[in-house]
Design a protein around this ligand. Structure first.
Ligand code: FES
Length: 180
């Protein structure tokens, strides 16, 4: 049965209290539980964020997660997978812009590492590197359209990104939510 026909995908952004790490299969703590005013969510953590989060998150911390949910219309179950997970502190309460670049194997083959380096250089050139964070994520399940990146907090998705487009992406970002 095709996942595409019966699965509804949506972007999500959830803020709430972190209550612990979970391993639903095997031993690795791949999930976290977030309690928000809308309910309890079990959210998959991207591989590269697991270690830093194990070290820094404590039960009761306020966090914000952004990612993609998949709702299976046949069995009514939803799965939540984060692109980014941030601890909310006084300092970052006002969400700062972030560019999330896919570093899954297909996007890496299409040059996402180089794209990330060029992006960093361009942000430095524009004096925006202190305001705009670059982070990476695992496969965003859009491999044929790689390189994929997402601009937060707007959740603007860009696909087939090449270095020539970075100036445009940065200029939109500048207008939207950063000050030079
Ligand atoms: S590797 Fe980037 S979308 Fe799959």
């Amino acid at each position: 049965m095709s996942e595409n026909i019966n699965t509804e995908k949506k972007q999500f952004e959830l803020t709430g209290k972190f209550s612990g790490f979970l391993s639903l299969e095997g031993y690795e703590l791949k999930y976290l539980q977030l309690n928000s005013t809308e309910g309890e969510y079990v959210i998959k953590i991207p591989k590269e964020l697991r270690l830093p989060l194990y070290k820094t998150l404590r039960p009761g911390d306020l966090i914000t997660c952004q990612g993609e949910s998949k709702h299976n219309q046949l069995n009514g179950q939803s799965k939540w997978k984060a692109y980014s997970i941030d601890k909310i502190t006084e300092k970052n309460h006002k969400q700062s812009p972030k560019i999330v670049i896919c570093q899954g194997s297909a996007c890496l083959k299409r040059g996402s590492q180089r794209l990330s380096e060029v992006l960093q250089a361009q942000l430095e050139q524009e004096n925006l590197d202190q305001q705009v964070e670059i982070t990476t994520t695992g496969c965003l399940k859009n491999c044929k359209q790689g390189v994929n990146l997402i601009v937060m907090p707007e959740k603007a998705k860009y696909c087939q990104v090449q270095t020539q487009q970075l100036a445009t992406i940065i200029s939109r970002l500048t207008v939207a939510n950063v000050t030079k």
